[in-house]
Design a protein around this ligand. Sequence first.
Ligand code: EPZ
Length: 424
Amino acid sequence: MDKLIVHGGSTLSGSINISGAKNASLPILAASLLTDEDVIIRRVPDVSDTNYMIQILSALGAEVERSSGTVRISAKNISHDAPYELVRKMRASICVMGPLLARLGKARVSLPGGCVIGDRPVDLHIKGLKAIGTQIDMEGGNMDMRAPEGLIGTTVDLSGKHGPTVLGTDNLMMAAVLAKGTTVIESAAAEPEVVDLANFLIGMGAKIEGAGTRRITIHGVEKLHGVEHTIIPDRIEAGTFMVAGAMAAGPEGITLHRVCEADLKPVTEKLLEAGHTVEFNKNGTSVRVAPGENPKGCKITTAPHPGFPTDMQAQFTSLFAVTPGISVIEDTIFPQRFMHCAEMSRMGANIKVDNGRAVIEGGEQLSAAPVMASDLRASAALVLSALTAKGSTEINRLYHIDRGYEHIDEKLLMLGANVERVQS
Ligand code: EPZ
């Protein structure tokens, strides 16, 4: 079990490349099950979550080859039964449900277990799949699904207590592409990763309109064919390093290449509001971020895209913990997603968490302390806090960060941070 030692106080400079998006790669890898022809996907990040998904595809019978960021998949003969041992390791495995149902008319996937970031039911996934003709039996922790009459298009509203569902929209979209007739998803998620999945499916011959809006229309087709696709940049990895630049870079700042300005709009707006420098190049594919001379606190309320992403609130907690003044962060999507705050308090941060909100009184430099990562984005936030803390911070359970950040320690070293990965 690796840990990361971060020697605080280095000034960041230079540039790095941002990887392909983990949250686009996972449903797109699963979507390769929709055809028996070869699929080639480029810029798949080398993180444990994509490795899990590839193991699940292989366990279902697909042939998978991977060379650095390119994955070739041939799902000629596949089974409908996704192994619990693999599915339990990663919630996102649930997005094999739609493709298996569409391709085979049946699927067997275990119900995902609990999650530290909060309550994560799958009732909307089930609602969507049932609406297009799926029968679902729960037995032994598994969802046994089949569509005896075949999948039949209809109109479904997927809004939930906390708004639209990203993977729920993906699952229904992937099931509907081979259904009879037309499916309309109302209150659909509009995240860039949902749009990237829709573009991948359209590349396979699917008929989809409105991806990126709250209303997606899918006209079912008979069969889908092979495709080559390049994954979009990871806006959350980019956002994380943009915050690192605002917290720890010199006046020249740091530069991130292979980003997408449009997808980073909510993060950019908050960094500018907090008084930092954010400059994109002409075509919005590179960004320079530098600390502001008069940084100030802000109020953030997370929301579905194009609102402020919940996957970036922990990182902004790190920024605000060292920014003079009061800041407030409210997470409306995962109200309990504040595990990082207790660990930051061990480093001297002044944060009060109550009822889905964190009130941060910032300004003081933090001090190093051994801390425990609890989930992917919380661990990224601890790394950011450690970069500016006095002394050397030990971040344990690094496997959380390896789930979604490709070679984060190497990228930090390229930017001049003083970090070392240690086996414990
Ligand atoms: C995706 O998870 C992302 N994961 C998450 O990123 C991200 O935090 C989340 O979307 C929100 O943006 C991937 O794309 C692999 P949701 P997903 O269904 O699809 C409730 C990261 O850090 N809900 O959009 O599982 C749910 O409890 C990860 O990379 C229901 O009530 O999230 C939540 O409150 C963490 N019923 C809200 O909807 C359902 O059936 C949004 O969840 C499904 C969800």
